[in-house]
Every structure is written in C-alpha cells, then in structure tokens.
Write a protein that binds this ligand. Structure first.
Ligand SMILES: O=P(O)(O)OC[C@H]1O[C@](O)(CO)[C@@H](O)[C@@H]1O
Length: 560
C-alpha cells in the first residue's frame, strides 16, 4: 500500500483542511510557549521549528505517519547494515565510517569496522608522510600542494569541510595546501597547471567507480602536465598520484601504485562518503585529530538518531516537517541559508545530498508515486542571498521554506579595535538571520513600519507590501568546529533518510544520472566525426553541426 493511501496520510489531509488552512504561521507564533514547544536541543545544537506551520496535533499526526511507514524498523535496518539499497542490493553504511575504533559492527559475519579502521590508519600514514616532508616529488622536493580530483560526492564533501574549517588547518612546516578541481571543462585544472609547481604537486584521484569521465579527463590532463616535465611515467605515478576507489583493479590499470591506493566500499554512497578515504584531503588539511573530531560529531548524531524515540529525534522531526511542507502544505522549494560565509559550500553539498537521494518518482518496489518527493533545493550564504533572491521569497508568488543556519559564537573577544569590530559584525549577522526569518513569517507593509504605526492602512501600497507566511527552521550551533560540522552534516543525511522512508523510495541509488552520461558519449562521437550528423533530433543535430562548421569563428565574439 502506498503511504498516501494510509489512514495516517488521510488524517493529515483532514487536519490540513480543518485546522491549518487559512491560518498564518505568524499567528501560531503568537503563543507564549511556542518556542518551548517547538524547539529541540541535542548537545549544544538547537533546532527551532517554531516558525514552521505545525501545531501539536500536526506533530502528533506526523509521528503516527512515521509509525505507519515503519520508520523505526527502517532506522534499525540502516544501523545494522541490512541491504536497504534494494536496487543495488547492498547496505548503506556510511555511519560505519564514523564508528569509534573500539566498536564492532558485524555485517554478514564480518566486523566491518576493522576494515574501516585499517583505512583510517592508512590515511594517517599518508598524512604523516606528507606532513613531515618525506613524500617527495620526481625531483626530490617535498610535496606542497595536494589537488583533489573528483566530482559530486567525491568533491563536494571534502570541499565543504576544507573551506568551512580553514581556521583549523594544520600549520605544516612545508606549508601544504589543498585544492579542488571537479569540472570536466578543464577550466579549473588549467588554473592548477598555471599556478602550481609540478615538482611539488600530488593529485588525489577520488572516484568511487573510477570510471567517471569528468575525473578521468582531469586526471589524464594532470598526468600529461606532469609528464611534460618528467617523462618517467612510473616515477610520476608513484610520487604524484593517490587513488581512492572501490576498484583496486581500475586504479591499478590507470597506474596508481598499490601503496598509493585507498579503499572505499560499495556500501558507502558517493554523496555520503566524506567520512571515508574520500576525506583524505580533509585529513591532510586539518590533521588527523580534527578529522576524527569531525567523525565523532557525526557519530554523536548517529547514536541520537538510532537510539532516541521518534518524538524527540531531531532528524526524524526535520524529515517529518519536510514531508508536511512538501506533501500537505504544497511548498515546492527549500532554501539553505547559512549565516556564516565559511559554510558557503553547504547549499551545494545539500543540493546533491537531498536531490540526488530523494529526487525520485517510484517506490522501492518500482511503483509510481502519486505524491511529491524531493523539493527543489537551493541556497547561498544568507547575507549575500538577502541581496539576491530574498526579493522573491518576500514578495514572489512561490511558497518557499528555509533553513537558517548560524553559529552562536564567532570571533573571540579581542581587545583590539578590529577584534571588537568583528564581534559587532557577528551580532549584525545574527540580527539579520533572526530578522529575516521573522520578516518572512510576519510580512507587513513598509509604510506602516516607516510611520511606526500599528494602525493598519486600508490600502497599503502594493509594491511595499509583504504577504509573509513563509515558513522556516532555524538551526544554531554553538560554534563552527570539526565536531559541530560533523553533527550538522549527519543531521541532514538522516533527515533525507527519514523523508525517503516516508515516501517509500530508495535514497541510496541515482539511476537518474545515467541516461545523460550515455547520451553524452553518443554526442561526443558525433562531434568528433567530420561528417555532419543527422542522428538525433533536429535541434541537437544543428547544434553539433554548427560546432563542426566552426560557426562564429571570425565574428566579434571570438578571439581565437
Ligand atoms: O565517485 P564517482 O564514481 O566518480 O562518482 C562521482 C559522482 O557521480 C555520481 O555517480 C553521479 O553521476 C554521484 O553519485 C557521485 O557522487
């Protein structure tokens, strides 16, 4: 039975019609105990749902929906390593990558934490060798630059963490820096060639499948760059390339030396993989101690998710409210708004996490669903987004729900003038964060605000009117550090799982990306073929033929 046919789904629909429709979220927030009733804490992390359009009854009914969808047993199946990724017949065990070393996790009679810990010690050794200057390039100089070549989950997680925690980087004597290149168009990798020294650069080829053309094409250019400086391929491979993949065979065929291969398992999904050897660049930049703190922050959320009753379980509540917004309130979009520029890659990271996981329209059993799944997610650092797309959120026609994310503490109180000024800036940022979620909720009229009058004008200027009634969740972390960032990311991972479970879909496969890859290969052979093509639709054929004819080559828009 589809979840939309359940009694609990129907009760939510009736509740919407009878109790919620016509109510504005701002009215709910007038209740004195609103924050107390709808905010939750775990460790020092606080989630405030008071600006979501939910009442105690909504919460109760959503929890019943979770029971109806067997959420508890799905959470247990996830934690125990049952093959819940049914289309690929394997477990989803990213949580195993952040288990404390002493804990056993036996799946199919094997303690998989042994394999995880083995990989962590390999990472440790590599970090040590790089940091003490013993890893040397082809000319004998110590390595200074590490370039992560990967895309999607093999790029976004390490990129997010390395950028967010830059202040925690290790001050290596040889001043090691990490860089990222993901796009197949060559722009990023050519910047790397223009700025780094081949003698002292190591590339980490991160690809779970080791067959992603984006990464392999960047890797081929990297090898060509190195070999134009040192034609000894074996030496270049040994001193300048590390591989991270499920397939030792493919890494070997490419030329990755066995000592430089880090292992991944098919039970770690790409977008859930920053905790594994995919996080090598994180460990290099932040050091092993901070890498382990990141893992333990995530583990603390795993324990909370696996062990806490549904009604007090943060990812469960986040997921259920997500379902309520998508399926009952009909909110099609979700904005991710970190009020801290260090989290600038969080929106991109969550776009992949949520939309690649839950952008599906069939159940685990292959049946079409008759309700919406993943909303459209997008975002930007909040203060910048205020000057970009908030206009649409305040006065546009679309419903949007937002996550406002901020650290409570930022700059330590220094006596210097600039220290005090930075403190002020942090307060200014928090003020904007809280004010924007309030403004989105209450709406209002600029004229009234300007006249400081509570009297409602009969005909407010429509251009200066804000309808309000946009919902949001506020997530506060005490401060941004490896532990709290680990918590934040794991929170979202589990929220995605909760939503998938309610919708009955598999969040761990991504068949939707395959068709485009096949078509790109066909298109490439047509582009390379000198004769004009008639193989595809008219529009596509024309684009391909225009490129072949070199159209626009001599026009004003060309400088080649
Ligand atoms: O790590 P790989 O196998 O190179 O894949 C990279 C990314 O490509 C995808 O498979 C989508 O094409 C993502 O799921 C994945 O994170």
């Amino acid at each position: 039975m589809k979840i939309s046919e359940s009694k609990e789904w129907k009760q939510l629909t009736s509740h919407l019609l009878e109790d919620i429709q016509g109510i504005k979220v701002g009215e709910l927030n007038d209740l004195k105990s609103r924050f107390e009733d709808f905010s939750y804490e775990f460790d020092d992390l606080l989630i405030d749902f008071s600006k979501q359009k939910v009442t105690s009854k909504t919460r109760e009914l959503l929890l019943s929906l979770a029971e109806a969808a067997n959420l508890k047993s799905s959470i247990a199946a996830l934690s125990e390593g049952k093959p819940i990724n049914t289309t690929e017949n394997r477990p989803a065990l990213h949580t195993a990558c952040r288990l404390p070393a002493s804990v056993e996790l036996v799946v199919d009679q094997i303690d998989i934490n042994l394999a995880v810990q083995e990989e962590i010690s390999k990472i440790d050794k590599m970090v040590e060798k790089l940091s003490n200057g013993h890893w040397r390039g082809y000319s004998g100089k110590p390595i200074r630059d590490i370039v992560n070549l990967g895309v999607g989950g093999s790029d976004l997680g390490p990129l997010l963490v390395c950028e967010a925690l830059d202040e925690f980087k290790v001050d290596y004597p040889n001043n090691i820096r990490v860089h990222f290149a993901s796009t197949m168009d060559g722009s990023q990798i050519s910047d790397i060639f223009n700025t780094l020294n081949p003698e002292t650069t190591v590339f980490v080829l991160v690809s779970k499948s080791f067959s992603t053309i984006d990464t392999l094409s960047n890797a081929a250019s990297a090898k060509a760059w190195l070999m134009s400086n040192c034609p000894n391929e074996a030496l270049v491979d040994k001193q300048h390339f590390i591989g991270v993949s499920v397939s030792a065979e493919k890494m070997g065929e490419w030329g990755i030396h066995p000592d430089n291969q880090l292992r991944l398992w098919d039970w770690v999904g790409g977008r859930y993989s920053l905790w594994s050897s995919v996080g090598l660049t994180i460990a290099i930049k932040l050091g092993m101690e901070n890498f382990k703190l990141l893992l333990s922050g995530a583990h603390s959320i795993d324990k909370h998710f696996f062990e806490t009753e549904l009604s007090q379980n943060l990812p469960v509540l986040m997921g259920l409210i997500g379902v309520w917004n998508s399926n009952f309130l009909g909110v099609p979009a979700q904005a991710i708004l970190p009020y801290d520029a260090r989290l600038k890659y969080l929106p991109n990271y969550l776009m992949q996490l949520e939309m690649e996981s839950n952008g599906k329209s069939v159940t685990q059993g292959g049946e079409s669903i008759d309700y919406d799944s993943c909303p459209v997610l997008w975002g930007e650092v909040g203060p910048n987004a205020q000057h970009a797309f908030y206009q649409m959120m305040h006065q546009g026609t679309r419903k949007v729900t937002s996550d406002f994310i901020a650290p409570i503490r930022r700059f330590s109180k220094e006596d210097s003038e600039h220290g005090k000024s930075l403190q002020e800036q942090h307060l200014l940022t928090l003020a904007n964060c809280f004010a924007q979620s309030r403004a989105l909720m209450t709406g209002g009229s600029l004229d009234e605000l300007a006249s400081n009058s509570s009297e409602k004008k009969q005909f407010p200027n429509p251009h200066k009117f804000y309808p309000g009634d946009q919902t949001s969740t506020t997530i506060l972390i005490p401060e941004l550090n490896p532990y709290t960032l680990g918590q934040l990311i794991a929170l979202y991972e589990h929220k995605v799982f909760v939503m998938a479970t309610i919708w009955g879909i598999n969040p761990f496969d991504q068949w939707g990306v395959e068709l485009g890859k096949i078509m790109a290969n066909e298109t490439l052979s047509e582009l390379k073929n000198a004769a004009s093509t008639e193989k595809f639709d008219n529009g596509t054929n024309t684009l391909i033929n225009l490129v072949k004819e070199g159209i626009g080559k001599n026009g004003k828009g060309s400088n080649s």
